[in-house]
Design a protein around this ligand. Structure first.
Ligand SMILES: Nc1ncnc2c1ncn2[C@@H]1O[C@H](COP(=O)(O)OP(=O)(O)OP(=O)(O)O)[C@@H](O)[C@H]1O
Ligand SMILES: [Mg+2]
Length: 253
């Protein structure tokens, strides 16, 4: 009989130490375990803190949204949660192009163009950023990604299509809870279709869907319910994330 599935039986070598998560090998080379920590960073790691229970809250929120978008036709690397802070996922080849979808002007877009935050865009704006900590994730366009060999044109089309589907699902979900989805960031990766080396690959949504990578504003008041609370010292991020958890799941953590 095989050992029951648990973090202890699944967790192998540490493959990557991120700012908010750790990635571990598992006995199956096609799967990884992603561990959500309480670490929070902003400004590419310049500002750091531990936020009580953030890991457990984000682990559950991300799983919830990954299942929701999968049901809406977006393939994902997520498989299931193992305990409170770990996720079993397909191991993907991360495409080094982050996709941001914006519904309202805020953050980097407001700063770069000298615009006030809060201007509603007439339709969703899809932006691309080169995933590079050392370069501070500079904005690029799809041509840059293709010409530098980071992604194929058909992959970028799939990423755009999936990102807009995720946007539609999340806007509708948050609207029911009285929250406006301002923007969010996604990462995508490639999975081999039949597992063999050199096999054709498919693009899937990877990483996370959490309030760390989203902007969420309370409808009516504009109160921020996301990591900007930490970035801009607007209050207690742990309390904010607990409030989001309660809105989503109807119970306290
Ligand atoms: N399914 C997956 N397969 C392989 N790698 C993944 C998968 N999902 C996420 N990752 C990668 O795991 C890491 C998660 O760690 P974390 O998000 O904390 O990193 P980070 O410090 O934010 O740095 P960055 O995201 O810029 O690499 C990221 O590098 C992410 O690209
Ligand atoms: Mg990350």
């Amino acid at each position: 009989m095989s050992a029951p599935e648990s973090v202890d039986t699944l967790r192998g070598a540490l493959l990557y130490q991120g700012k908010a998560k750790q990635v571990y090998a598992t006995p199956d080379p096609t799967r990884i375990l992603i561990h959500y920590t309480d670490g929070a960073t902003a400004f590419n790691g310049l500002k750091k803190a531990n936020i009580a229970d953030k890991g457990a809250i984000n682990c559950k929120i991300s799983a919830f949204f990954m299942e929701k978008v999968a049901a809406a036709g977006v393939p994902t690397a997520f498989e299931r949660n193992i305990g409170d802070r770990d996720q079993l996922c397909k191991k993907v080849d991360i495409i080094p192009v982050e996709v941001v979808v914006r519904n309202v002007v805020a953050g980097g877009l407001a700063k770069k163009l000298g615009l006030a935050e809060g201007i509603k865009l007439p339709s969703p704006l899809v932006e691309h950023f080169y995933k590079s900590d050392s370069l501070n994730d500079p904005q690029i366009n799809e041509d840059t990604a293709v010409l530098l060999g980071w992604a194929q044109p058909h992959e970028l089309l799939a990423m755009r299509d999936y990102a807009l589907k995720v946007n539609a699902v999340l806007i509708a979900f948050w609207a029911e809870l009285g929250v406006d989805l301002v923007d969010f960031k996604l990462e995508f990766g490639r999975v081999a279709l039949d597992g063999s080396v050199g096999a054709p690959t498919a693009v899937v949504l990877a990483d996370e869907i959490t309030p760390d990578g989203s902007r969420l504003w309370e409808r009516g008041t504009g109160r921020k319910l996301d990591k900007d609370v930490f970035r801009r010292d607007l209050g207690d991020l742990s309390e904010t994330y607990r409030e989001l958890y309660k809105r989503i799941f109807g119970e306290s953590l």
